[in-house]
Design a protein around this ligand. Structure first.
Ligand code: ADP
Length: 642
């Protein structure tokens, strides 16, 4: 076994590799860009080396800097993770030329699978079924269009160098071919520097099933299959193992083909052979075709680990360091993984950035993450927050555990796809294993809807906001209980105007427009209108997040911005906890809009509180020297004449 390795990656996969290294006693070296100086993978590593500015091309894709870091720290091997340099044969050669071990396949094996057309060629020779296509060298537009006619519509035009769902166009009718070809070529040229395409039969109602293989350079084995049919824009969203409806006969055919594929190229390490499968009926031994091979660890490898008990990273390290390949254990139970992203689903799955003010996962579930509370979701990299993985004896149990795990996942500070994932896990077609790659798109309208918080969730948030504002001192609060206090919150772009009155210890009445609810907090539980509810209220300044059926993030408006509205109401409140330095008015005084009423010292600054409107002072509720909580009323004006 190695004594020290360098991990040429970041985020969750870097952390996941380090966890195995720690368990095996292998020391670790991290590399990082300037954007990641404080990242979790850096904190976890034994040593860390800066390799450049945030842009991947200047850091995580800089093979030379990474090899230099490995040499200078005395690492013996480099684990590439997935993405970045993991499937770059030139990098593999450079690593080996530097006298280091690349934890993965040979440059030759990666090259054999690097381009989709060449890969299909190799597979066909190895007796693996491939999707019917045209993959000729003649890339003339007319020739390609003729080929599409022969292959038969609908067809997919695929960039041979494509990956990650990019550089692909579905064409249903001949008249659309020329335009789609043009679009695909220009996208491919830009993204991959190679505009060669192949024209492939589009398999209708397809499922995506892939086989996890493992090789030692001569012999290969398989660790069963994964079903990754739940996709959006050709990208995986939820993955599971085993594939629903898999029979022994079909498994033998598919895994046999995958092992042949791996052995045909002398594969070493973990790899995945992806098949497109006819999903229009039960699985058939003649109903699957090779699509491509990923010559690295996949994002979704944990579901295979969950059903086999194998640590695939450990296998990678063992085989790369020259140990013999371990035996494959039997498959037990069922596992599902969901990819949690910082993205705005109702806005069209827009990637989101921001600070994770709070992040927590339930203990009962595996969550592979590369970020912690306080970390930023950087715009430079993939906005994945975590992978949440559940295992059960049956598929139904695994799904139920995943749904529960997602419901107890707490993310504050950024929007996420949590609600979308939960709806997907509960979707009746998915639950019944009626899968195909079009499932998400067909049901997008119901899956991507926004959960709108009801007045009960909003009322909980109002109470949460009051507590956040330093109100645990309810005894003091109760002194002026008859006064209704106004608390504003913002949910997405909507302003919520709440009115809160204290009824007793930890008991409140909240009014929001026409709704009125009694909220009580008793022994860490929430009660709404006398009923205990399964809600969690997280108070992480400036957010109040209510987890109840969904995750609703309410923002507390900037306390200083709040003054205006409060003042207009007629009561000037302390915008934050602080010390009253001065009060300039007395009861009965006439004030004009903008007159100074009081000064509050808070957060090492003095805040002048002004009248939001003209009027007569009805009451002065604080005096210089008073320590007040946020929201404490300081000066009340007489009601305006109607
Ligand atoms: P990439 O390399 O970009 O990941 P793949 O070739 O692996 O591209 O295909 C990605 C996804 O596109 C597949 O999982 C599948 O959903 C869909 N797809 C690819 N080829 C076909 C095909 N011939 N027919 C139908 N769907 C396909």
């Amino acid at each position: 076994m190695f004594s020290k390795i360098l991990i040429a990656n970041r985020g969750e996969i870097a952390c996941r590799i380090m966890r195995t290294c720690d368990r095996l006693g292998v020391r670790t070296v991290a590399v990082f860009s300037d954007a990641d100086a404080g990242a979790q993978h850096v904190a976890m590593a034994g040593e860390a080396v800066r390799i450049g500015p945030p842009a991947p091309a200047e850091s995580y894709l800089r093979g030379d800097a990474i090899i230099e870091a490995a040499l200078s720290t005395g690492a013996e091997a480099i684990h590439p993770g997935y993405g970045f340099l993991s499937e770059n044969p030139d990098f593999v050669e450079a690593v080996e030329a530097a006298g280091l071990v690349f934890i993965g396949p040979s440059a030759k094996a990666i090259r054999a699978m690097g381009l989709k057309d060449a890969a299909k060629e190799v597979m066909e020779k190895a007796g693996v079924p491939v999707v019917p296509d045209y993959r000729g060298a003649d890339q003339d537009a007319e020739r390609l269009e003729e080929a599409a006619e022969v292959v038969g519509y609908p067809v997919l035009i695929k960039a041979v160098a494509g990956g990650g769902g990019k550089g692909m166009r579905l064409v249903e009718r001949a008249e659309d071919f020329a335009e789609a070809l043009e679009a695909c070529r220009s996208e491919a040229a830009k993204a991959f520097g190679n505009d060669r395409v192949l024209v492939e039969k589009f398999i209708e109602q397809p499922r995506h099933i892939e086989v996890q293989v493992f090789g030692d350079g001569a012999r290969a084995v398989h660790l069963y299959e994964r079903d990754c049919s739940l996709q959006r824009r050709h990208q995986k969203v939820i993955e599971e193992a085993p594939a629903p409806g898999m029979t022994e006969e079909v498994r033998e055919a598919m895994t046999g083909a995958a092992v042949r594929a791996a052995e045909a190229i002398g594969y070493a390490g973990a790899g995945t052979v992806e098949f497109i499968v006819d999903g229009s009926g039960p699985l058939r031994p003649d109903g699957f075709w090779f699509m491509e091979m990923n010559t690295r660890l996949q994002v979704e490898h944990p579901v295979t680990e969950a059903v086999t008990g194998v640590d695939l990273v450990e296998w990678q390290l063992r085989v790369a360091s020259g140990e013999v390949m371990p035996d494959v254990p039997p498959l037990t139970g069922h596992a599902v993984e969901a990819r949690l992203y910082a993205e705005d689903v109702p806005a069209g799955f827009l990637p989101a950035t921001g600070r994770l003010d709070h992040l927590a996962f339930p203990d009962a579930i595996r969550a592979d993450s590369g970020v912690r509370t306080g970390d930023e979701i950087s715009p430079h990299y993939d906005p994945m927050i975590a992978k949440v993985i559940a295992h059960g004896e049956t598929r139904a149990q695994a799904l139920a555990r995943l749904e529960r795990g997602l419901s107890e996942t707490q993310v504050v500070g950024t929007v996420t796809n949590l609600g979308f994932l939960r709806r997907l896990v509960r979707h009746e077609d998915f639950a019944a294993a009626r899968l195909d790659t079009g499932l998400i798109d067909r049901h997008l309208e119901t899956l991507a809807v926004e959960n709108v918080p009801c007045s009960r969730s909003r009322s909980l948030a109002i109470v949460g906001a009051a507590m956040q504002g330093g109100m645990p001192d309810f005894a003091g609060f109760a002194l002026w209980a008859p006064l209704e206090r106004r608390i504003d919150l913002i949910w997405r772009d909507e302003e919520i105007e709440g009115r809160l009155a204290v009824l007793g210890r930890d008991r409140f009445e909240v009014r929001i427009e026409d709704a009125r609810h009694e909220i009580e907090r008793r022994q860490e539980r929430w009660f709404v209108d006398g009923q205990q509810v399964p809600a969690t209220v997280l108070m992480v300044d400036p957010w109040v997040t209510v987890l109840w059926g969904a995750s609703y993030g309410f923002r507390i408006p900037d306390p200083l911005a709040r003054g205006g509205a409060e003042a207009a109401l007629g009561t000037v409140e302390a915008p934050m906890p602080g010390l009253v330095k001065a009060v300039y008015v007395e009861a009965g005084a006439e004030v004009a809009e903008g007159d100074r009423l009081a000064v509050l010292e808070a957060m090492k600054m003095e805040h002048v509180l002004k009248a939001g409107r003209a009027g007569r002072v009805a009451e002065v509720l604080a005096k210089a020297g008073d320590q007040v909580t946020a929201g404490a009323p300081l000066v009340r004006l007489e009601d305006e004449e109607q």
